[in-house]
Design a protein. Structure first.
Length: 152
């Protein structure tokens, strides 16, 4: 089993007739305005940005003689190397299948401050094994702290 690529995008679509996969609005960077009067102190607490996103992974396997179960774990790491969230899932790659795509849909992105965040992609084939990092995705977060006036 080999990890080939991962993509962070706003959404993805699988065409049921052709099995083609479309990745829409790939994300590399987010710029966010935050009302300072309504948020915790930066770097002390995490805040959740209301955004929907997908992480799509592509895997290949040369051994197609048997069904394969594998486990994926994705950690979100902040600029201070602190793990903010971990998402995990279990997948089955059926016998005879050479290529496999999976997507993880998420709502809400935890952040702590400006900087480069990393989604660390890890996998293992046996439940008792340790996860091995197979890929990573950077996401740059730019925060503008403002006092937003209410419109009257």
């Amino acid at each position: 089993m080999q990890h080939i690529w991962s993509v962070l995008c706003q959404n993805s679509i699988i065409d049921k007739d052709t099995n083609l996969f479309s990745l829409n609005n790939c994300i590399e960077e987010l710029s966010i305005d935050i009302d300072r009067s309504k948020m915790p102190e930066p770097q002390k607490d995490k805040i959740v940005i209301p955004i929907e996103f997908n992480i799509v992974n592509f895997w290949i396997d040369d051994d197609t003689t048997k069904e394969r179960k594998f486990f994926v774990e994705i950690d979100l790491i902040d600029p201070d190397n602190k793990t903010l969230n971990t998402t995990s899932a279990e997948y089955i790659m059926k016998k005879g299948v050479k290529r496999f795509r999976n997507r993880i849909k998420a709502q809400g992105l935890s952040i702590t401050k400006d900087g480069r965040y990393w989604f660390k992609i890890k996998m293992k084939e046996k439940k008792k094994d340790k996860f091995k990092e197979v890929g990573e995705l950077p996401l740059d977060i730019n925060i503008s702290y403002k006092i937003l006036d209410k419109i009257k």
